[in-house]
Design a protein around this ligand. Structure first.
Ligand code: HEC
Length: 167
């Protein structure tokens, strides 16, 4: 009789642990960034062409890209401060449609987004990431922002995960 009781106490304890650990897991899960509306009206911070897609960076961003910062992101960049919640940066990518030596915007390849929301994902420096292929606006393709995006961006420690700078 006493053995059965011990057994049922053990089972109950395990269930309790499983339930207790669930909310922690949910908070740690990567949450993707939404498609930002009208970002081309924001300040364009950089314009760059990567026309020889050989390394990992060029495979991601090969072509011509423009980077935009919303007002909250721009203010932090100018002040050299960490980005506040609500800061959004967008890398808008095109095929190189230009002639040799003169890159220009060709077919739209997609939109890369990073959105600061410290509570939503503390494991990626508070950044949410997503990539929207071509002209897709409603569904992004990133399934693990930490692995697929933050793996590189994390190296930019001094600038809070961001590569682009403003003068
Ligand atoms: C191979 C390393 C690498 C990976 C992986 C990577 N990035 Fe980047 N990302 C960069 C570099 C380098 C730049 C700066 C490009 C430039 O100079 O314009 C950049 C720029 C950006 C920018 C503009 C803001 C900034 O930091 O300058 C956004 C937004 C961005 N990436 C989103 C993403 C998203 C979303 C993913 C995942 C789908 C991703 N990145 C994966 C290296 C990477």
């Amino acid at each position: 009789m006493s053995r059965i009781r011990i057994g049922s106490i053990a089972v109950l304890t395990l269930c309790g642990l499983a339930i207790a650990s669930q909310p922690i897991k949910a908070a740690d899960a990567p949450v993707a960034a939404a498609y930002p509306k009208d970002f081309t009206k924001w300040k364009a911070v950089t314009r760059m062409a990567l026309v020889a897609p050989t390394d990992r960076l060029a495979r991601n961003f090969g072509g011509v890209h423009n980077t935009f910062a919303n007002p909250a992101a721009l203010e932090a960049m100018k002040a050299g401060k960490p980005f506040p919640d609500g800061a959004v940066l967008v890398l808008d990518l095109f095929e190189d449609g230009g002639t040799a030596g003169k890159p220009s915007e060709g077919t739209h390849k997609g939109v890369f987004v990073m959105h600061k929301d410290a509570k939503a994902n503390p494991t990626t420096g508070g950044w949410l990431f997503d990539e929207f292929k071509g002209d897709a606006k409603d569904k992004g393709v990133v399934t693990d922002g930490k692995k697929q995006c933050y793996s590189c961006h994390a190296t930019r420690k001094k600038t809070d995960g961001v590569y682009s700078t403003v003068k």
